[in-house]
Design a protein around this ligand. Structure first.
Ligand code: SAM
Ligand code: SF4
Ligand code: F3S
Length: 479
């Protein structure tokens, strides 16, 4: 799985553009003859990085004349963009791939592609080649830009086409994109991770840390704002180390200040900030930039210094609390979220007590709590002091209870508050209501007409629910 030869980004883009035109032409001819448009279905697992990669694949497929469908029986091409951060994410992919075998038997023209983080693991690729022979195409996270060429190869053979690069290569700019939402957009500012937390597979699936050039990021956001996007989330595994791989060194705070100057942008968010690299300068920047939202996602993982050391997180609870307290002091109305891992090897009841103490001190507004999952290839996979599954679940429930108590209490205290909400869509959970997000990332539901979708409104919270807020429309804002 080595890169055969150096191919320059320009050469690659040109080659793929020619192939995209070719497939588009074929799809057009098919439509002329049969009135039928080829359809694709894409299923995305995992984090925003994968969501964003799927947006790139969708952009390319649309340029190739494909139409999107959510019905697998209607699809001519099905793509699984996979995640392997925890075992259950992988098991779901294997399960769903298995189910497609009978569909492929009924429709031999159906092409099945699997991509994303799981494919960066050699043992997974071998397993799919051996046990899921109905898969036509396998490609890795560093091969997204070459998708048209790989798809075209898959059309010409009955064998499984495989392309998984071990190395990240250069950042490829200028791929077409189809954004999931018309109002909000994810913008990658960097790729990969150098941190090697002992439990985490991401550095092995996404390669080493590399930053996009500032001018490429700014150009992309300016283009998005021109297209009506009002809310951008800057993405990276550790945004605080943005700029370190660039010739012209620039900090993440400087980048935020540049993005904040873009005319027409309303909301700027970012994730993820690593506690070992977060600086007071960044917090000051958040406080000073009017468009940067009052929300900080700062994953702690565990409230015990002993566990943080074993996880190779390179910060202490004391350093974390210093930053949290500074941020609360500097940013009015700040909401704070985090990630926890429960059941890391060697975890004791005392460690859980430390985590609960931290939860009570920070008073999180939301949190993602995960049960530790052994990942082959990571250091913690080989640790002998693994925790019993049942005990992991008991501890998980205990931590979740503490978190929920605080989150519910904080939501209840919002009764009577007036929040600025960007209206996103009709609510899926609350019948007949619209739904949107506040600057602090609260999900807010309220009654209003569909014309409000895409607008900023003020909503008075009248009925706080456990994990969301329901209110009444006060005013439609002119922005
Ligand atoms: N780069 C981010 C950071 O350092 O905070 C996190 C990215 S990771 C995709 C998202 C979350 O998944 C992590 O914060 C961690 O809580 C969780 N995670 C990663 N590996 C895990 C594992 N082996 N088992 C359980 N949870 C895991
Ligand atoms: Fe994984 Fe740690 Fe990198 Fe986050 S910082 S992606 S948890 S290795
Ligand atoms: Fe994201 Fe999962 Fe990959 S969390 S980076 S899609 S392993």
């Amino acid at each position: 799985m080595k890169i055969d030869r150096y191919v320059s980004p320009t050469e690659l883009i040109l080659k793929n553009q020619i192939i995209m035109n070719d497939i588009r032409q074929k799809n057009h001819e098919l439509f002329e003859k049969t009135d039928k448009t080829n359809k694709f279905m894409i299923i995305t697992y995992g984090c925003q990085m994968n969501e964003h990669d799927s947006e790139k694949l969708i952009g390319m497929l649309k340029l190739m004349g494909y139409e999107r469908t959510e019905v697998k029986e209607d699809a001519d091409l099905i793509i699984f963009n996979t995640c392997c951060v925890r075992e259950n994410a992988e098991l779901r992919v294997y399960g769903n791939l298995g189910h497609l075998k009978s569909l492929k038997e009924k429709n031999p023209n159906l092409k099945i592609a699997v991509c994303g983080c799981m494919m960066q693991q050699a043992q997974v690729v071998e397993e799919i080649k051996k046990k899921y022979r109905h898969v036509d195409l396998i490609f890795g996270t560093h091969n997204t830009h070459n998708f048209p060429s790989l798809l075209s190869k898959a059309f010409g053979t009955k064998n499984t086409v495989v392309e998984v690069w071990d190395n990240e290569g250069e950042i490829i700019e200028g791929l077409p994109l189809e954004r999931k939402f018309g109002l909000k957009a994810y913008v990658n500012i960097m790729y990969g991770c150098n941190n090697f937390c002992t439990y985490c597979i991401v550095p092995y699936t996404r390669g080493r840390e590399r930053s996009r050039k500032t001018e490429d990021i700014i150009n992309e956001i300016e283009g998005l704002v021109n297209d009506g996007i009002k809310d951008v989330t800057l993405l990276g595994q550790n945004v605080n180390s943005y700029g370190k791989t660039l010739e012209n060194k620039i900090s993440f705070s400087d980048l935020l200040r540049e993005v904040n100057k873009i005319e027409g942008i309303e909301r700027i968010k970012f994730m993820t900030s690593h506690p070992k690299d977060i600086s007071k300068e960044l917090i000051d920047t958040m406080a000073e930039c009017e468009h940067v939202c009052e929300h900080l996602h700062l994953p702690i993982q565990a409230g015990s210094n002993r566990l943080l050391k074993a996880m190779n997180r390179n910060y202490t609870v004391e350093k974390y609390m210093e930053m949290i307290n500074y941020a609360k002091e500097r940013i009015k109305g700040l909401s704070i979220s985090t990630d926890f891992i429960i059941g890391f090897p060697g975890e004791t009841d005392e460690d859980i007590e430390d985590t609960i103490k931290l939860i009570k001190e920070v008073r999180y507004d939301s949190a993602f709590t995960y049960i530790y999952s052994k990942r082959q290839g990571t250091p913690a996979y080989t640790y002998e002091n693994q925790i019993d599954e049942k005990l992991k679940h008991v501890r998980f429930e205990k931590v979740l209870d503490e978190l929920n108590k605080i989150i519910i209490e904080k939501n209840a205290n919002r009764k009577g508050e007036i929040l600025e909400v960007l209206v996103e869509e009709k609510s899926k959970s609350e019948d007949k209501l619209l739904t949107g997000r506040s600057r602090m990332n609260n999900g807010v539901h309220f009654e209003g007409s569909d014309e409000l979708i895409g607008k900023f409104v003020l909503v008075k919270i009248t009925n706080p629910k456990k994990f969301s807020l329901v209110g009444e429309l006060v005013e439609v804002l002119d922005k």
